[in-house]
Design a binder for this molecule. Sequence first.
Ligand code: ZN
Length: 426
Amino acid sequence: MSHHTLVKRQFGHRARLALSPAEVLKTDDQAHAARTMWNLLHAWWQMMPKEKRTLGHADAAIRQAREDIDFLAVLPAQAAQAVLKTYFRAWKNCWDGRADAPNFKGRFRTVMSVDIPQGRDLNITRVHRRWGMANIPKVGRVRFRWTKDLPVGKRAGAENRITGARLIKDALGWHIAFRVQTVEAKPDPHQGPDVGIDVGVTVPIALSDGETYEHGEWLTAKEKARLLYLEQRAAQRKQHRKPGERTSRRLHRTYDQIAGLRAKAKRRSLDWQHRTATVIARTYGTVVVEALSITNMVKSARGTVEEPGKNVAQKAGLNRSISQEAWGRTVTMLTYKTARLGGTVVKVPAPGTSRRCSACGFTTPGSRESQAVFVCRNPDCGWSGNADHNAARNVLHLYRMGLALIPAAGRAVVRRAQRVKPAAAR
Ligand SMILES: [Zn+2]
């Protein structure tokens, strides 16, 4: 019988809120008040002598501001306290060298959000297969899309519960991001095979066993045409604006519509990434990926002095299929999804994985025939196959050679594994 240890897990779950226009206005007001509160706090901080910059003094200043300024009262006291805590944490992060110093938050550049620090204030219930309800302080009881079984009601306990939430507004409207805490049995080691993954040029994701994961366009032809039309119209209106003139309501509306379409595409791509990462995490025990650094990729795209722009076409192709940002997110998803299922994600240093032959191991000049097909020019080899598949096999081979990177104090270190598996990929 296997003995399981329990591990605490904390994660976020984001759901769309269905708010009435009146509720949207109330929530907007809270977000504006939260931002104003932050700015007041920042002004107060800059004014105060160092020895008076304490949580206690700041708390007193906030209470005073809520009494003096009417519109700040729309922000629930708990949310105001959350602003205070976040502000002090921002300074701590700055002093610890993890972030820049906090600054004023501008009206348009700031994500609108409101914190609900206490999970019990939410009083979440499921009212329908697809709908849940939650209390938002000073707004009321609202509906949200139920897409995941949350530990609420009878399923909630000291260990499995919702510890808080944050309301966030994006181009698609208001969302609620729950903070969920669960305690789960630590999984047995995943018995699945090892696999190498390459960010494909011809396909978004290519695996060393020949499997590929593809996706369609994120926007339909109609949506794309509409986006193009809106972007052109926005550019035109911007051009015809006189210097110093304010952005018109119509232009603002066009910007909102553009943001809405982009957010839709983003949501669809996130959904694809989640589903793909889940399938991979379920299938394989060890998932090997290239350690990509963005600076490297930009450098190789520009080329070197001797070989200007050598990889430009290749990297441009890469950008077409999956952006670096998207790939980074996929790796993050893979990391936590595999961990939950007893597997691991391993990174390997991967210079030249696309140019080296995965059959003979040599990088022979002129070997890469095209972006889609790899043909080895080594006279003793002559292997040919899908170029992405070739790169993925190289990634797996690097891991089997014991060249896994382990992160240490913010930089990657090459570690040689004690037991080197035979190079079965070759
Ligand atoms: Zn070869």
